[in-house]
Design a protein. Sequence first.
Length: 384
Amino acid sequence: MNHAQDFTVTPYAVEGEVDYDRLLDRFGADALTDEQLSRFPQPPHPLLRRRVFYAGRDVDRFTEAANEGGTASVVTGRGPSGPMHLGHILPFYFAKWLQEETGAYVYVPLSDDEKYFAKDLTFDEIREATRDNVRDLLAVGFDPERTRIVVDTADADVIYPLAAEFAKDVTPATVEATYGEPPNVGLSFYPAIQATHLLLPQLVHGRHPTTVPIAVDQDPHVRLARDIAGKRRHDVEKPGALLSKFLPRLGGGGGKMSTSDEEPSVLLTDDREAVREKVMKYAYSGGRADVEEHREKGGDPDVDVAYQLLFYFFEEDDATVERLAREYRDGELLTGELKEYAAERIADFLATHQSRRPDGDVSEAVAPYRLTEEERGRLRPDVF
Ligand code: TRP
């Protein structure tokens, strides 16, 4: 971490206690206004109305196109380095909501190359994770007519020529300033690949507004893609973004939930018992030291991870969320009770998710979501 700063946020490192508002100043993104929120389909998804998505770029262009029945698209991807946990899947459920409500195209790129460059994993391991993650992405229930899943190394015929074109506008100095010093030349090239992801819907369907709903640490990729879009291609407009806070880790604190840390995270494949055990044992509590003190003084929902999980996503009903916060503050609701409730809601969500997760041949299941030959033709340069 840089000494002049008390927190660092790049796509490859999140350190310190993140100040989400100051981060917007640093990144040059805008807080989401009430007026912007009112232009989303009503009622807005809980992640929006509770301001988990709290900021953005060019949000109005996207909602305008969506509301006027114009072409609009959503890009949100996944770096397949291992099994997915709760925090990973939220942007995809959000993208699905946008698709249902607005008819937007959804593009889901998987950056297997990026994870190979960034992690100590073999390509075999990454490909295993890719197939596994694709099952979870399919379980979200996207419309196959309007959704494309691309994998960097499997769809390299269309991705590489575009990335090569864009890479020419990215200097090593920009990469270093945006991401920190890359550990290998793979990662110094990768920003051109992610820029390709963000521009892909426009290159397939013509110029139109795109939004990228992602955790705020990915915003540097959006900035870079916007620079590129402004420079080289006149057939694309700058992609916009919807930026979210991090889903709190079970152990609490302001960092991002991560599979690589010591404490476990809730995996999408966990059963009810596993969810319950992890939440009861590891979820950071905003409650008091013992029941007596809790009854007397009350707990603090703002730091309580079980409450935060319900607030972020797992309790859709606003009145219930408010009631839980009130009863917790009043000492009426105990930590154990709140955790039990959160564990049940998460387990219910996962049971539905898992019931839609295809088993069997993943290449067959994903086939309706891959780029068609005709779409590839539009993207691929004509050499021979
Ligand atoms: N880089 C992202 C990650 O590490 C994954 C990703 C690839 C992505 N392409 C994307 C995210 C496009 C959003 C949009 O998680």
